[in-house]
Ligand binder design. Structure first.
Ligand SMILES: [Zn+2]
Length: 687
């Protein structure tokens, strides 16, 4: 029976592009779910949008010398395009800077305020007098009172994970000016979560003990067991939705208050465009509301947003919140700042038209019950051994043989053998098997069942060997090919939620896009014939292609480079050496020199033997720069030379001085150069 579903996906934060972790945790499972429900005839709206408020965006804008709007415009466009590129079938993708969202969130706040659902409180907050600004969240750093991390933020310590108030920090510093902030009074609105504790206990702890994922249920329980406290819903900021209440001047709604309302405003935007009524999607008790999120958002979607919806009074609550754990990359946590990620725009450049491969691998490795690891070797193996060798191989053989034997016309079967009948019966079972996994949010399992259907086809064809049978029994060959074509047709339909691009391509090859032969999900179980005899199919096209070791090695090299860069960036700066007097310094005779000749010191890796014009003389200097420069590169270069260093022998060659060098974070040597001006002559003293 058809039902109405409102499916929301976590709003990505618009301060960067999105990576495989986002796709695996939220958007691919939500898309599989939504596509499956549409194929089974349900009324579905899949909602998304960009989260464009909050402090990190304003800080990024400040650092880059642009406006917050510039930042969100840039990343909203990039993120939206990635979702389109990867076939995430949003019915609407909106943004929280849209006027419809400002209006919806503002009205939501006003309703709660009028109903007396907030507490207003004057508290003392950290204030930066020079910047004329209150310092919440990321505008202040200091020492974490729990673990002593000296770089904790005003909302959270990233080292120990404790959620903090800015006033909890020891030795707080403003990130705007570096000043020590003062305390100043300010008024804020709080949502008294403690007031909703009983309702939350009954609704989740009693009502959803069985059907919510244990990781979600467990986290919610521990929050509630800890006791809930009032939570501020406003902030002293100028980027966001102005607080629509007396005394709200200069304040905005806290990003975590306005963002989930974005699901509602995105639905309204969609309904207005489609000429529909949005309210049943959020207010009819028969609608199933499902939030797809990552585990870092559980508290907001299971405690705070439901409390807001409950307080408002006219909304339904989520039926389920199938939050995923985190995806790691090659054994390490995905990190934007450390560039430890596979970014979607980059992936598409390097693997053009291979969106389905990534979707497939991320589903196979989805972090559904625990953190999971994405590795490039596994990506390659799943592509080559499953998509190419099983799915692609089966389809290719069926289509090529049908064209070769029957000019692409589906043959008439004659008597079916027991194996034929068992195979056709097994195919009919798949829609329910896959559906049952999807409906329990077990997308890994569902994806593997789809591959099992392809395995079934591959094995049927390999066992039946039509390429041998055709030599002696034409009628039997026709039956074999007919059965194989039914399996191919089932794959075209059932692969759509997982591999939408492949499904479209396969439907094109089988010529089943027209309504006469198009099959719904349930048709695969219920129809006697999926692809009728005498139906004309098209020519073979490769659905997947093998990924070579070289391609995988390039990806691993890229990650290795990121790792090196991170290590270099984290290398401790050497502490300052002991103080010296000016007289000590004047003992150093440092001059500008010109390298006249250079050659590699035989049997060494690092050493170059240089002839250097020091202005005083031409002398030999041995320098350990051969790993960073070839001899040809350095001839003619102006360099800085310590000329009165006591000579010493290196590999039998006397070095009469030292060339001054420094090093990049990656370990490449760089000359400490005098200005490249011709006016500086060899022999000029440095003082
Ligand atoms: Zn800490």
């Amino acid at each position: 029976m058809s039902k109405r579903y409102t499916i929301t996906t976590a709003l990505p934060y618009t301060n960067g592009p999105i990576h495989i972790g986002h796709l695996a945790g939220v958007y691919v499972p939500a898309d599989i779910y939504a596509r499956y429900l549409r194929l089974t005839g349900n009324d579905v709206v899949l909602i998304g949008g960009s989260d464009e408020h909050g402090v990190p965006i304003t800080i990024k804008a400040k650092n880059e010398g642009v406006t917050p709007q510039d930042i969100v415009d840039k990343y909203h466009a990039i993120i939206k395009k990635s979702f389109e590129d990867f076939g995430i079938s949003f019915d609407n993708y909106s943004r929280t800077s849209a006027p419809i969202h400002h209006k919806t969130a503002s009205e939501f706040f006003k309703t709660l305020n009028e109903k007396g659902e907030f507490i207003e409180e004057i508290t003392e907050q950290l204030y930066d007098a020079e910047a004329n600004q209150f310092l919440a969240d990321r505008f202040v750093t200091g020492t974490c009172p729990k673990c002593g991390n000296e770089e904790a933020y005003g909302d959270q310590c990233e080292k120990c994970g404790t959620s903090l108030n800015a006033t909890d920090l020891i030795n707080p510093k403003s990130t705007l000016t570096g000043n020590t902030p003062t305390l100043k009074e300010t008024k804020h609105w709080f949502l008294p979560l403690n007031k909703h504790e009983d309702f939350l206990k009954k609704w989740i702890l009693e009502g959803h003990k069985k059907d919510w994922k244990p990781n979600v249920y467990g986290q919610v329980k521990s929050w509630i067991d800890d006791g809930l406290r009032p939570r501020a819903v406003t902030r002293d900021l100028d980027w966001g939705i102005p607080v629509p209440a007396e005394g709200g001047e200069g304040k905005v709604l806290y990003v975590w208050f306005d963002a989930p309302i974005g699901y509602i405003s995105s639905t309204i935007e969609w309904a207005e465009r489609e000429g529909k009524d949005w309210e049943p999607y959020w207010k009819d008790e028969n609608t199933k509301l499902i939030h797809f999120i990552g585990k870092d958002n559980i508290v907001f979607h299971c405690i705070i947003f439901p409390s807001m919806l409950k307080a408002e009074g006219s909304y339904i609550l989520p039926e389920n919140v199938p939050a995923n754990e985190f995806l790691n990359l090659e054994g390490n946590k995905l990190s934007t700042s450390k560039n430890w990620a596979v970014w979607l725009p980059e992936y598409l450049e390097e693997f053009p038209d291979q969106q389905d491969v990534l979707r497939y691998v991320l589903t196979a490795n989805a972090p559904e019950t625990k953190d999971n690891d994405f590795t490039w070797k596994d990506f390659q193996a799943r592509n080559n051994n499953e998509l190419v060798a099983i799915f692609g191989n089966f389809i290719n053989r069926v289509v090529v043989l049908t064209n070769k034997y029957y000019d692409g016309v589906v043959p008439e079967p004659s008597d079916f053998t027991d194996v034929d009948l068992e195979t056709l019966a097994a195919v009919k079972a798949y829609p329910n098997v896959i559906a049952s996994s999807i409906e329990r949010y077990r997308f890994r399992e569902a994806g593997q069942e789809l591959m099992n259907l392809a395995r079934l086809g591959n094995k049927y064809l390999a066992d039946a060997e039509p390429w041998k049978v055709i030599k002696e029994d034409e009628a039997r060959t026709k039956t074999i090919m007919y059965v194989a074509l039914q399996i191919a047709s089932a794959l075209a339909t059932l692969s759509e939620p997982f591999l939408p691009f492949t499904s479209t391509k396969l439907k094109g090859i089988l010529n089943v896009s027209s309504s006469a032969v198009e099959n719904s999900w349930n048709d695969v179980s219920e129809k006697e014939v999926l692809l009728p005899a005498n139906h004309q199919i098209g020519k073979a096209e490769l659905l997947f292609s093998k990924i070579e070791d070289k391609t995988i090695q390039e990806q691993l090299n890229k990650l290795e480079a990121s790792k090196k860069a991170n290590e270099a960036a984290n290398k401790a700066i050497e502490p300052q050496k002991d103080t010296i007097t000016f007289e000590d310094f004047t003992k150093l005779d440092i001059r500008v020199g010109t390298i006249l000749e250079a050659e590699k010191m035989p049997k060494t890796k690092k050493l170059l033997v240089l002839k250097v014009d020091t202005g005083i003389d031409t002398r030999t200097i041995v320098s350990g720069i051969a790993e960073s420069f070839s001899p040809e590169e350095v001839v003619g270069k102006k360099v800085t030379v310590l000329v009165n260093l006591a000579p010493r022998k290196l590999r039998g060659v006397e070095s009469q001085g030292m060339i001054l060098m420094t090093e990049t974070p990656e370990g490449k040597l760089v000359f400490v150069n005098p200005d490249e001006s011709d006016d500086v002559k060899a022999g000029s003293q440095i003082s």
